[in-house]
Design a protein around this ligand. Structure first.
Ligand code: NAD
Length: 510
């Protein structure tokens, strides 16, 4: 295996606007999962500084909320341009820092560009309704107003796009943002944030105003920094992406102060393959969604629920496809599966495999560590397929690794019941060309997930739709559609233009 062309990483960071010397410290060791090399050692912000950070955000809010929304849109337009210009560099940082293959690193930055464009259009469409009144000479309308400072806490596996999903929408909605990236991937977060800073520096409103100081801030750190955001009554919305364990800690704390939150948590996504499926298409979708990003997407396919009549043919094709997967350095052309984020992720996968065996499972493929020789500090695994006799306890858990469980069903009702019988509810899909099966899966008695797809895998969502899931996935939505409403406060205004004062519901008073 040839060495990665990684030597110029410092130059890439410089081009992204990251000055490592200014950030140096001993708190956060950033390692590349490719080979375990230490990429940076960064200082965490002491939690004692957080009130000042939050105070600046609150000050910025007072100005930004008065900037017209279409003018705010100009800022995200500039951000999108900066991201486009820096796409190759930020994509490279993502690949180095979290081990995504080049195409996926670039795709992640493209997603950030896409959401800026979506948010630009949205900046002219923050519409409320006009509602007919039951009273003569009255009119009712809704307005959406800016909410206040928004904290964005992100997971390691989408270190660039998830910040952009939240920040682009929050900014056009009139809110400042404070970004706390994952301590496992702060450089990708910084690179994305620096592009926003460059956009802010260029931004001038038509009436001459600049963006307020403190409109966008980044804070590096761990639990104490995040908790300061979670607990502050000045943070109007906490948008937190990560494990359900994190959500279980964050959700009640935000609720205790009656704050708003968007929780985007773990997934345990299934595909149902029926006898009416195009099996070749299904195999391609399974491979991408089960092994892409080395199984470390929240929407990764983790459970394959296949009809017993097509199971042998499907598994035959699938095992052949798995046998030809190129595992290795994600920066090398042709690699399809990069490393796991760290040793703990590898150990969690091994633990899950052992549990699956104990619970009656048979490992059909993969599961072993590979490339330990060139990369003793890199954790590469063969993606695993495990045939399970039933949906046992381990199958119902999210293991953040390329580990696909296979279950076989006889009746569609059973398959849908299994699809739903897990604590998480993020994404799901069915492969079938039978209209009755498809519509049943999409119906009120079908998949209970936030996303239910047909003839396409569970991962790889577009930004235009609302993204998120039910149950332990958090119940919230972000990104497209009307997810923007969560970043604003709604007011209902009743306007009386008559000379009378009639009461609603026909009430006579006095
Ligand atoms: P994680 O929960 O370990 O960390 C996520 C973020 O939360 C980090 O920034 C971390 O510092 C912060 N955090 C952790 N505990 C906290 C606490 N008690 N209070 C405040 N902040 C806290 O997750 P991870 O390992 O980085 O990411 C993988 C997980 O994220 C998987 O479960 C995956 O499914 C999920 N994920 C979900 C989505 C989604 O949109 N639903 C997207 C990406 C990842």
């Amino acid at each position: 295996m040839t060495a990665s062309p990684l030597d110029d990483f410092a130059t890439v960071l410089q081009r992204c606007g990251i000055d490592l010397t200014a950030l140096q410290g001993s708190d956060i060791a950033v390692r590349s999962p490719i080979d375990g090399t230490e990429l940076a050692r960064l200082a965490a912000l002491p939690a004692a500084h957080m009130p000042a950070v939050i105070g600046r955000s609150d000050q910025a809010f007072r100005q930004w909320r008065l900037t017209p929304a279409p003018v705010r849109g100009e800022l995200v337009r500039l951000w999108g341009e900066e991201l486009r210009r820096a796409k190759a560099d930020i994509g490279h940082v993502v690949s180095r820092e979290v081990g995504k293959i080049v195409q996926e690193g670039l795709g992640e930055v493209q997603e950030a560009v896409d959401i800026c464009e979506f948010a630009l259009g949205l900046s002219r469409q923050l519409h409320g309704k006009t509602i007919v009144s039951e009273r003569p000479g009255h009119r009712i309308m809704e307005q959406y107003h800016p909410l206040g400072p928004v904290a964005v806490i992100t997971a390691f596996n989408f270190p660039s796009a998830v910040f952009a999903w939240n920040a682009a929408i929050a900014l056009v909605c009139g809110n400042p943002v404070i970004f706390k990236p994952s301590e496992k991937a702060p450089l990708s977060g910084l690179a994305t944030f620096k592009a926003l800073e460059r956009a802010i520096a260029q931004f001038t409103a038509p009436f001459g105003d600049r963006a307020p100081a403190g409109l966008a801030q980044i804070v590096l750190g761990g639990g104490d920094v995040a908790e300061a955001l979670v607990d502050s009554p000045q943070i109007a919305l906490v948008s937190a992406t990560g494990s359900s364990r994190m959500g279980r800690a964050v959700g009640p704390r935000v609720a205790a102060r009656f704050g708003k939150r968007i929780l985007e948590l773990g997934g345990n996504n299934a595909m149902i393959v029926t006898p009416a499926a195009d099996l070749d298409m299904a195999v391609r979708a399974i491979v991408f969604s089960a092994v892409g990003t080395a199984g470390q997407r929240c929407t990764t396919l983790r459970r394959l629920i296949v009809h017993r009549d097509v199971k042998p043919a499907l598994l035959d094709k699938l095992l052949k496809a798995y046998a030809s997967l190129r595992i290795g350095d994600p920066l090398q052309p042709g690699t399809l599966v990069g490393p796991l984020i760290d040793e703990a992720a590898f150990n969690a996968m091994q633990h899950a495999l052992a549990q699956a065996r104990q619970q009656g499972g048979t490992v059909l493929a993969g599961g072993r560590r590979v490339l330990a020789e060139p990369f003793p500090q890199g954790f590469y695994v063969e993606p695993a397929i495990v045939d399970m006799p039933a949906q046992t306890a381990i199958v119902r858990q999210e293991t953040f690794a390329p580990l696909l469980y296979v279950l076989s069903y006889e009746e569609l009702e059973q398959a849908i019941a299994w699809n739903n019988d897990v604590p998480q509810g993020l994404s799901s899909c069915i492969f079938s060309n039978d209209l009755r099966e498809v519509e049943t899966f999409l119906s009120a008695a079908g998949s209970d997930c936030g996303m239910a797809n047909v003839n396409i895998g569970p991962s790889g969502a577009e930004i235009g739709g609302a993204f998120g899931g039910e149950k332990e996935t958090g119940g919230d939505r972000e990104s497209g559609s009307d997810a923007w409403k969560q970043y604003m406060r709604r007011t209902t205004n009743t306007i009386n233009y008559s000379r009378e004062l009639p009461l609603a519901q026909g009430i006579r008073f006095g």
